[in-house]
Design a protein around this ligand. Sequence first.
Ligand code: JCH
Length: 230
Amino acid sequence: MKIDVITIFPQYLAPLRLSLVGKAIENQKLSLDVHDLRDHTTDLHRTVDDTPYGGGPGMVMMPEPWGATLDELLNNDSILIIPTPSGVKFDQEMAEQLASKPHLVFACGRYEGIDARVAQYYEKKVTVLEVSIGDYVLAGGEVAAIVMIEAIARLIPGVLGNWDSAVNDSFAETEHGRLLEGPVYTKPAVWRGLGVPEVLLSGNHAEIAKWQIAQAKQRTAIRRPDLTGE
Ligand code: JCH
C-alpha cells in the first residue's frame, strides 16, 4: 500500500516512522510520503488560508494549493480521505476495507477546514471520504490521519507479527457479536497482593475460553451498551 499525506505541518506525521507502522515502512509493506501544502502556494508568504464567505470566525483553507497538490498525487486507484469533525465515523470496518486499497491520500486541514469545493471537485475523479475519528474537535486533521493510518496499517498482511492479535481484538466481529476484549494478565502471578483469576492458571482451555467470553460480555454491557444493541 502507498499512503500520501498532505499537511502544513509535515513533522506532525514523524511519529509514524516509529514502532509498528515504521517497521511496515522499513519492510516495504507500506510506503508513506508526507507533502507540505505550502510547496504548492504561489505568493511570497506561502498563504494557504483566507476569510470565510458568509462571515463567521476563523479562516478557511484556500482550494488552489490543495488542487495543485492533489492533481500531482491522485490517480484512478486513489482514495482521498479528508479528516473533518463533520465526516462519517471511522471504525474498524472502514479500517478493514481501506487496508486492501492500493493508494490512500490524506488531506489534513487546519483552521476551520478546507474549502468544500475541493471534496466536491475530486468526487468526480476518485472516491472521496470525509471522515471523523470521533465526536470531539481537534485542531487539525493530522492526528486524525495518524489514528487512521495506524489502524489501517496493522491490518495489512505481514505487518502484525501475530495475525491472531488482529482478529482477536476489541471491536473485531466474534461469533458472540461485537465485544470489547476482557482483562489480560501476565507474570508475576501475585503483584502487590493482587492475584490472577484462578481459571487462567488452571490449564483448562475450554473453561478459560468460557470465562474470557463472559468477561468480555460483562465489560461490553457496562462500558459500551451501544455495541450490544442498547
Ligand atoms: C479539524 C476545526 C472545524 C475546528 C481543521 C481541520 C476530526 N474527529 C475529528 N475531530 N476533529 C477533526 C478535525 C479534522 C480536520 C480539521 N480542524 C479544526 C474544524 C471546526 O468547526 C467548523 C472547528 C478538525
